[in-house]
Ligand binder design. Structure first.
Ligand code: HEC
Ligand code: HEC
Ligand code: HEC
Ligand code: HEC
Ligand code: HEC
Length: 393
């Protein structure tokens, strides 16, 4: 199938949204086979279904991801303060199968948790019925096939349902449909994986995993559909190569740390609120802290924080919809190495820990946006250590 890029006209925002409005949405075309529930695929593709069920793609909808819901509520209340009514334009990526997607995106309809197609998130039938990616200025959209065939790069001759070929899946281009090209009304790039990333997403995010791809297959491994990222500790632990060493220095010790980003994109990636930071703590024999690279807030040691932060209206740390530009971007680029050195003046060091901590949301954002607080327990208790090493003397 030919990959057609249809350039769309993008209108500047109406009163309903602060992201460029969308003229077309990835509807199922008129007269086309309807979407099937992902649950229906589970009977014959059980291993892949289990992966997907545990992935953030199955939980991406407003009704299943509390963090996404909280941010959407912050967005709505910000719009209200400006006398506007916010639309659920987030649907194009978070609820791509919704039947009323156009109306959700232009604000005519509100999300409704009783509609199964909203609940599906990024379901099986969505990715496997993509025909083309429609590249837009503010964001990308997709077209969905009419015949309802499930596409892959190299479809089998026989299957109990229609199958078809589409090279956009195996090349990873399909991922960029949602994971790149998000620009807000002021023209600020919110997510630009295509410029920041390289390589094929499938190499790391869809590695081969045990279990046949379907019940009638004679293969015993399949392309993993877990597609882990910030919510997956095993995945986070693959992101960095960290070398830490402690050397004797006059009157104490020097800690040298070298961190390299092994992913094919920035670390942290795409979602602008992600952050990671280095934490170094030294204790004496009584477990009393004698050194920390920051007291309370990791920002006290700015160099050791990896994050991107937007500015707008004279403020720093504003959400995507208010961004007028980038205030700081200290994320690690792919393959980039950064080094840190701390000298601790003490002869009492007994243990010393070096950690790289990852947070889905910074505590400053939670403090600023009360709606995010609801997710504090579910999301922010995961002060994931992407790396940890302890030295004892
Ligand atoms: C009744 C059983 C059954 C159901 C239900 C089913 N499939 Fe399949 N599917 C198969 C079989 C069998 C094959 C062929 C497998 C083979 O030859 O390796 C297949 C092949 C495929 C392929 C091509 C895989 C490849 O190797 O390239 C895709 C994609 C696919 N199915 C997606 C889906 C999706 C998405 C759903 C749910 C919306 C679904 N299937 C529901 C049985 C089923
Ligand atoms: C162009 C596609 C796109 C649009 C539009 C979009 N998002 Fe997202 N969003 C994503 C992708 C892709 C991710 C996952 C990226 C990542 O984890 O870095 C994500 C992740 C998130 C997360 C993190 C969720 C978590 O569990 O940690 C939040 C919160 C979020 N989006 C909120 C929103 C809100 C609110 C809107 C609408 C105002 C919106 N997004 C619109 C693509 C989009
Ligand atoms: C985010 C997009 C996405 C979603 C959601 C998704 N898939 Fe896939 N799937 C892919 C890509 C990409 C491939 C690799 C295709 C290729 O090689 O052409 C693939 C491969 C497959 C294959 C062939 C696997 C193999 O190892 O031979 C099957 C079967 C399949 N998917 C079924 C499903 C089912 C069933 C679901 C839901 C439980 C699902 N997919 C959800 C993108 C997706
Ligand atoms: C239809 C839009 C869409 C497509 C296509 C898509 N994604 Fe996503 N993806 C999302 C959204 C939305 C999220 C965030 C869900 C959330 O956290 O609420 C996400 C989350 C993720 C995450 C983060 C998971 C985590 O643990 O936080 C990874 C990794 C990812 N996707 C990889 C991929 C890859 C690889 C492909 C291509 C095979 C792909 N995605 C295709 C919309 C999409
Ligand atoms: C060389 C391996 C590699 C390749 C290739 C790769 N990634 Fe990743 N990616 C990772 C690792 C490791 C992580 C975990 C670190 C993290 O979450 O920041 C990750 C994280 C992510 C996340 C989660 C970010 C978050 O905020 O939760 C998304 C989304 C993502 N990748 C999308 C993609 C897309 C899209 C592509 C293709 C352009 C891609 N990745 C290519 C290794 C890779």
């Amino acid at each position: 199938m030919k990959h057609i890029i249809v350039l769309m006209m993008v209108f500047m925002a109406t009163a309903a949204a602060t992201f460029p409005a969308i003229l077309s949405a990835h509807d199922v075309p008129d007269g086309a086979a309807p979407y099937e529930k992902s649950k229906r695929c589970s009977a014959c593709h059980p291993a892949i279904y289990r992966d997907w069920e545990n992935s953030m793609h199955s939980k991406s909808s407003l009704h299943k991801d509390p963090a996404h819901k909280a941010m959407y509520e912050v967005f709505l209340s910000d719009m209200k303060k400006e006398g506007k009514e916010g639309s659920y334009h987030c649907a194009s990526c978070h609820m791509p199968m919704a039947e009323n997607i156009k109306k959700l995106m232009d604000g005519t309809d509100k999300p409704n948790e009783n509609l199964w197609r909203e609940d599906e998130g990024v379901g099986c039938a969505f990715c496997h019925r993509v025909e083309t990616i429609v590249e837009g200025k503010g964001r990308n959209m997709f077209t969905i096939n009419k015949d309802g065939a499930y596409v892959s790069s190299n479809p089998p001759e026989k299957a109990p349902h229609g199958v078809g070929a589409n090279p956009l899946l195996a090349s990873g281009e399909i991922c960029m449909g949602c994971h790149s090209h998000l620009t807000n009304q002021s023209g600020v790039a919110i997510c630009s994986m295509k410029e920041e990333g390289k390589g094929n997403c499938l190499d790391c995010h869809m590695e081969k995993k045990e279990g046949p791809p379907s019940i009638e297959s004679n293969k015993n491994d399949h392309a993993s559909h877990e597609m882990g990222g910030g919510h997956s500790l095993p995945m986070l632990r693959k992101a960095l190569s960290v070398k830490a060493s402690v050397n004797e220095a006059a009157g104490g010790k020097t800690v040298d740390i070298e961190i390299t980003n092994k992913t094919a994109h920035t670390f942290p990636s795409t979602m602008p609120m992600r952050m990671a930071y280095v934490k170094v703590v030294a204790y004496d024999a009584q477990k009393k802290t004698i050194f920390r690279n920051y007291e309370k807030n990791p920002m006290e040691d700015k160099n050791a924080v990896f994050m991107k932060s937007f500015k707008g209206g004279g403020e720093v740390g504003v959400p995507a919809w208010k961004a007028e530009g980038v205030a700081v971007d200290t994320r690690l680029k792919s393959d980039e190495t950064r080094t840190f050195s701390y000298t601790i003046q003490s002869d009492k060091i007994k243990t010393l820990t070096v950690e790289v901590i990852y947070r889905l949301f910074p505590s400053q954002a939670i403090a600023k946006y009360p709606a995010l607080k609801e997710t504090e327990d579910s999301v922010n208790d995961k002060q994931f250590a992407a790396f940890r090493k302890e030295f004892t003397y």
